[in-house]
Design a protein around this ligand. Sequence first.
Ligand code: ZN
Length: 93
Amino acid sequence: MGPLRLLILTLLGYLAWRLLYSHLREKIKKELWQQERKKKEKVEDVLEEDPVCHTLIPRSQAVRLRYNDKTYYFCSETCCDIFIDRQQGAVKK
Ligand SMILES: [Zn+2]
């Protein structure tokens, strides 16, 4: 193997490595960005009080009920049903 061939091979190897490296960097950057977004979503999640059993539940996991232009949040369907029984005419969403 001549020295020129060795040089070309080294150069090609280097270029391949650079390409792989920048690709990996993009991937890592995207993953970090997604993690950051997930963290933010968690922070923005608000705790709501269940009007039936008075448990605090994160809004994203709560059972929602729209009633009299107000949104109520419940820990479970059971609490939601109890609330509906108490307030007649509520429409479940
Ligand atoms: Zn409840």
